[in-house]
Write a protein that binds this ligand. Sequence first.
Ligand SMILES: [Zn+2]
Ligand SMILES: [Zn+2]
Length: 221
Amino acid sequence: MDCGPGSARRLAELGIAWQTITHVAITHFHIDHHSDLPPLLFAWKYGMLPRRSAPLHLIGPVGTKSLLERLATAHGEWVTAPGYPVHVTELAPGASLDLGATRLDCTKVPHTPESMAYSVSHGGRRLVYSGDTGFDAAFAQWAAGCDLLVLECSLPKSMAIVEHLTPEQCGEIAHLAAPRMLVLTHLYPPVESVDIRALVAERYDGPLVIAQDGWSTDLGD
Ligand SMILES: [Zn+2]
Ligand SMILES: [Zn+2]
């Protein structure tokens, strides 16, 4: 989900099998959430032997098709015709997508007009990813009871804006949604100078992981 700058390189560095990715879902059209789409499409075209034949399914808000066409105008027609099928599915907020054993749901969040959060359900487990969002109790309700809640946590309270979350607001959303585990990501440098863990703990005392660049762990099952 989402593929901002450096995604392709990070996947390789972390030893994740980027070659076998079949679905990419983007939450909105800010460049920090999709700029590595062309590098990924390029790597799937030229960076693999034998050549890729598996289709790539790109999922996103209404406007994703147009985004891909504009990227092809900038970079070349290989973006939309890389030699393997590229299927684009545009979802309206509230839509569900049946992916076999996995189901993808989306809901509107307050950030840009097209911004959506995603929910991935598989084998009785549910992951919710906020994408970028401002505080929204309805989103917290939608995420309620999920196993893993991944929230953006952009700015400290002193710099708060309505389009992004503060650690305090992440704590409040996690309090309302009560996930089995909370992960915070999308941290702008200023938020890293406050005690994120303590501020979240004012409202939420469950398990918390704060994302770090280039860091991964086995979270078990
Ligand atoms: Zn954004
Ligand atoms: Zn962003």
